[in-house]
Design a protein around this ligand. Structure first.
Ligand SMILES: NC(=O)c1ccc[n+]([C@@H]2O[C@H](COP(=O)([O-])OP(=O)(O)OC[C@H]3O[C@@H](n4cnc5c(N)ncnc54)[C@H](O)[C@@H]3O)[C@@H](O)[C@H]2O)c1
Length: 288
């Protein structure tokens, strides 16, 4: 119910954004048209589906100009099309977050097209191999580290200069509950997500003087293609889904939007005093 209300407010803002009295102004809020990211340019990695797409959609509804990037071209173009048809401003760039020359080129093109870069959401990720540690090849290990950890480093590295030029910014890194607590699966995923948690704090301290905030987000299990594919590979999808539901005290998995609203807060000026923090959105998974 609450979510539905929020969704309606967000959608409205895309329709009436140009008539508001100023970016995120008090009047906007009073009128219920919360343009929480008005005037901001945001780049989201892995934005073709799942949490990245939900985030890009929400950002656009809240007034941001959004650069959606992903390795999947058709899905990325479809995602942009959906956002633009709803009144948002967005464009797609193909980008593999492990490809440093590609990052250099795409970030430059985004800033060239949209003028500046204020928000980076390091969302691209893979679940990777799900074997016990002693059975994992170095190649399988490195693949997960390359996307889930090195990709965050590389995109952060190349965003910093643009954010300094813009006078500040917000970087939101997708970690996981698997970056906070252990579970008897996916060793390289845990390693990468744990590292992302601490990288976020270090970068928060390094770049605080530049007004660049860095925070991590820690979702519980969220119903996205990543989780669906993971459960399908394990056998009975419905049984798997029920078992995962039960791990969350709230009784079910989350939806991409549950995470997107947290990312929106960290991207917006509402969180201007928040840096180096970890936002856990997990239906109580890590509460015990
Ligand atoms: N779904 C969950 O339960 C869950 C829980 C905790 C954390 N997360 C994290 O949230 C993020 C998004 O997860 P999701 O569930 O939406 O996943 P998803 O698989 O549904 O979507 C991930 C997107 O990233 C893209 N991608 C993969 N590798 C890439 C690369 N090298 N360069 C660019 N794009 C790439 C994929 O094409 C895909 O569009 C990931 O970092 C994931 O680890 C997800």
């Amino acid at each position: 119910m609450h979510q539905e209300g929020q969704r309606r407010v967000g959608y409205l803002s895309a329709q009436v954004g140009s008539t508001s009295s100023g970016p995120g102004s008090f009047r906007d809020r009073e009128e219920g048209t919360m343009n929480r990211l008005n005037g901001k340019v945001a780049l989201v990695t892995g934005a073709a589906q799942g949490i990245g797409f939900a985030t890009a959609q929400l950002f656009a509804r809240e007034g941001a100009t959004v650069a959606l990037t992903d390795v999947q071209i058709d899905e990325g173009m479809r995602a942009v099309d959906e956002i633009v048809r709803s009144g948002g401003t967005a464009r797609f760039w193909q980008l593999d977050t492990t490809d440093e020359p590609g990052i250099t080129r795409v970030f430059a093109e985004v800033v060239d097209a949209f003028g500046h870069l204020d928000v980076l959401v390091n969302n691209a990720g893979i679940s990777g191999t799900n074997k016990p540690t002693h059975e994992i090849t170095l190649e399988e290990w490195n693949r997960v580290i390359s996307v889930n950890l090195n990709g965050v480093f590389l995109c952060t590295k190349h965003a910093i200069g643009y954010m300094k030029s813009a006078g500040g910014g917000s970087i939101v890194n997708l970690s996981s509950i698997y970056g906070l607590v252990g579970a008897a699966d996916s060793p390289p995923y845990h390693a990468a997500k744990g590292a992302v948690r601490l990288m976020s704090k270090t970068d928060a301290m390094i770049y605080a003087p530049d007004y660049i905030r860095v925070n991590s987000v820690h979702p519980g299990f969220i119903w996205t293609p990543m989780v669906e594919n993971f459960l399908s590979s394990q056998g009975d999808l419905e049984a798997g889904r029920r078992a995962i539901d039960e791990l969350h005290p709230i009784g079910h998995m989350g939806e991409p939007e549950d995470i997107a609203y947290g990312i929106l807060y960290l991207a917006s000026e509402e969180s201007k005093f928040v840096t180096g923090s970890e936002l856990v959105i997990d239906g109580g998974y890590t509460a015990h």
